[in-house]
Design a protein around this ligand. Structure first.
Ligand SMILES: *Cc1c(COP(=O)(O)O)cnc(C)c1O
Length: 421
């Protein structure tokens, strides 16, 4: 009897590359599972039945835990009553009311499916509002995977990225320089709420830079856009830049707003309402009611629970514990960004050799970490989960020799090649 082919081989036959985008594990450390069967709370099970404490949270959507009962009950009830119909359900208005009540700069809301839909809509509304073309963005910041913003250039044209000028995140001078270059054509400044680029340390926003972005937009009649797709509701119960006292004109949301159910949003101030009302944007599934019901319940939990304080406290516990473990074994860690969005890299590890070995060791011990993308703390995690992680890190670093290690050169070369195209 012939054995059935492993899933990876079957995937390679019928899915280009076996997998695409950020969920292709080819570039990740040895042993990263490609397929998962089940998820509950903070735990994932791969297709082989192995379980992992999951620090990636689906790359962001899992905020209150996988399979959260109240959220999923709201989803299922709404789905049974009518989900994707010829028009939206009343929950659409309820959700728009809830989002605009929650986010202080927002007077209106539009819903879509992916973060990219929301950032693309933000760009269109800014251009419509100003009648201008140029958008100013931080170099290296991720705003989605449409031709105008996808990080690897394959299949896109220079024209797709025309009318863009880059600045350095947190550098008010470089922002001013970019705005000067845009001249009288500035439509918008895009800002990530924090610097959460891949491969490099995270940075919290310098309040002075954030305020300068606001002033420059006001001086030039341009719109300030905060892309809160990833960090939204993980840093504040408001737009993330409320934490530095800066209100954008538009903010894009996605990932955690319905705890894993597919919906994203663009929120805006009255100033941009006319422009938003006069662009044509839509999608077959943008009006599906069940994810909206899930988002309403998620928002209620955001208002009524201490999830934010809890995820910060758990992140702090992880950060302090990992620093102690690393020091004990002679490693230096760079743990940057908010502790509830941990990015953990090793000192003197440009080739990521130590980072990859660390992640592989953790994986064998049932902990899923990422070597160069920020991770996420889920409210379903417990102190015991953090302590188990610290034990796994201790056991792993005992085996990983301190000092420079050869990195996954081939894997990183593939990425560099793609980027250079
Ligand atoms: C994920 C992400 C996007 C794109 O969202 P998708 O749902 O993947 O289209 C945009 N901006 C940021 C900051 C993100 O993290």
């Amino acid at each position: 009897m012939t054995q059935p082919l492993p899933l990876l081989e079957r995937a390679a036959a019928v899915i280009p590359n076996g997998m695409y985008g950020h969920q292709n594990v080819v570039l990740l450390p040895e042993g990263m599972p490609q397929f998962f069967d089940r998820a509950e709370g903070a735990t994932l099970w791969d297709d082989q039945g192995r379980s992992y404490l999951d620090y990636m949270c689906g790359y962001g959507p899992n905020l209150f835990g996988y399979g959260h009962k109240e959220i999923d009950d709201a989803y299922v009830a709404r789905m049974r009553a009518g989900d994707t119909m010829t028009g939206p359900a009343p929950v659409m208005v309820e959700l728009a009311e809830a989002m605009t009540a929650q986010v202080s700069h927002a007077d209106w809301a539009m819903f879509c499916k992916n973060g990219t839909d929301a950032t693309t809509m933000a760009m269109m509304i800014a251009r419509r509002h100003t009648g201008r073309k140029t958008i100013v963005l931080a170099a290296g910041a991720y705003h989605g995977a449409a031709p105008w913003c996808t990080p690897l250039k394959g299949g896109t044209t220079p024209e797709d990225r025309a009318n863009q000028i880059h600045y350095i995140y947190n550098d008010a001078e470089s922002l001013e320089e970019a705005v000067r270059k845009a001249g009288s054509d500035l439509a918008a400044i895009f800002a990530s709420p924090i610097k959460h680029d891949t491969f490099v340390d995270q940075e919290l926003p310098d309040p002075e830079y954030a305020r300068r972005a606001r002033e420059l937009c006001d001086e030039h009649g341009a719109l300030l856009i905060v892309d809160d797709v990833r960090a939204g509701f993980r840093i504040a119960r408001d737009c993330s830049w409320a934490s530095v006292g800066v209100q954008p004109d538009l903010s894009s949301w996605g990932k955690a707003i319905a705890n894993g159910h597919p919906i994203s949003a663009l929120l805006g101030a009255d100033k941009a309402r006319m422009a938003a009302a006069t662009i044509y944007v839509t999608g077959s599934y943008w009006f599906s009611a069940a994810p909206m019901a899930a988002a309403i319940t998620t928002l209620r939990l955001i208002r009524e629970t201490d999830y934010l304080e809890r995820t910060i406290a758990l992140g702090d516990r992880l950060r302090a514990g990992l620093d102690a473990v690393a020091t004990r074994h002679g490693f230096g860690l760079r743990q940057t960004g908010p502790s509830q969005l941990p990015l953990i890299m090793f000192h003197e590890d440009e080739g990521f050799g130590t980072g990859y070995a660390f992640c592989s060791g953790l994986l064998q011990r049932g902990v899923y970490f990422h070597p160069w993308h920020n991770m996420f703390i889920s409210n379903a995690m417990t102190e015991a989960d953090i302590d188990l992680t610290l034990q796994a890190a201790d056991d792993t670093l005992r085996d990983v020799r301190a000092g420079p290690k050869p990195g996954p050169v081939e894997k990183l070369q593939i990425l560099a090649q793609l980027a250079a195209e």
